[in-house]
Write a protein that binds this ligand. Sequence first.
Ligand code: MG
Length: 157
Amino acid sequence: MRIGHGYDVHRLVEGRALILGGVNIPYEKGLLGHSDADVLVHALMDALLGAAALGDIGNLFPDSDERYLDADSILLLKEVMRVLKEHGYSLVNADCTVLAQRPKLAPYIAMMRERIAAALCVPTDAVSVKATTEEGLGFTGDGSGIAAHALVLIDRA
Ligand code: MG
């Protein structure tokens, strides 16, 4: 078995949709990025690639590549899982934490887990998503950005 960790941050700005874990969340701001800026899925992809020592999403999906402009990160996640499978790995479980002061994410957690699990072709109980505030501290606390951590365990298929 091998473990992987991923971390990502995106800035919250006006005029963008907020997409987290493949779920469109109603909010006055959204995350800024070349793709759909789904910070949770980005952290998860880096965790998967990290576990397999296959680099990071910057190598796989460079933001200089127009193909990934406004890309649906769930589709990129499917591609990462395909690459891992090609290298003989399967996912045991993933545990993700989103750091956001607002909006309240609790109503969307179940849907995020389902979307992510479906993309990875694993049961929903193999995917955990949690959300926390940082008590008003730092860039997540003042609402200027959202961060996410992800940990995964992979095994030889
Ligand atoms: Mg990112």
